[in-house]
Design a protein around this ligand. Structure first.
Ligand code: MG
Length: 160
């Protein structure tokens, strides 16, 4: 039996009408919102997919179908806490996770510590095992044109 597992996740949401975005559970004022069935939190969606990937349990769309009305406008932290439960049930804990947000704006760095605190709380780990960082795409592609934002995540699981 192996003692570690790794997973990766990726998520994108397009900008739309609105006055804020939610990233890592933090509401950040912005001149645009995101088009999404839930709150459109790409940080949490990518991280959930990394955790589900490590467990080989499909993806966030399988566990929380956008077709289900109960997930409309959902706080994505509910998804993350659900994933934490799946980890624990199966005898795993998060070793560490690393998330990269890709967007020109809003600025992520001023909110990274608050995001890490939320993610750590939902996963029952210390914030120092969760990294949240950001990059622009140098004005190239859909993120560079400000059409939306993306996030990538990797997660390492270790035997609890
Ligand atoms: Mg998503």
């Amino acid at each position: 039996m192996t003692d570690i597992r790794i997973g990766q996740g990726y998520d994108v949401h397009a900008f739309g009408e609105g006055d804020h975005v939610v990233l890592g559970g933090v509401r950040i004022p912005h001149e645009r919102g995101v088009l999404a069935h839930s709150d459109g939190d790409v940080v949490i969606h990518a991280l959930c997919d990394a955790l589900l990937g490590a467990l080989a349990l499909g993806d966030i769309g399988v566990h929380f179908p956008p077709s289900e009305a109960r997930w409309k406008g959902a706080d994505s932290r509910v998804f993350l806490r659900h994933c934490a439960g799946l980890l624990a049930e199966r005898g795993w804990r998060l070793g560490n996770a690393d998330v990269t947000v890709v967007c020109e704006r809003p600025k992520v760095a001023p909110h990274a510590a608050a995001m890490r605190a939320h993610l750590a709380a939902d996963l029952g780990v210390e914030p120092d095992v969760i990294s949240v960082k950001a990059t622009t795409s140098e004005k190239l592609g859909f993120t560079g044109r400000g059409e939306g934002l993306a996030a990538m995540a990797v997660a390492l699981l270790v035997r609890a």
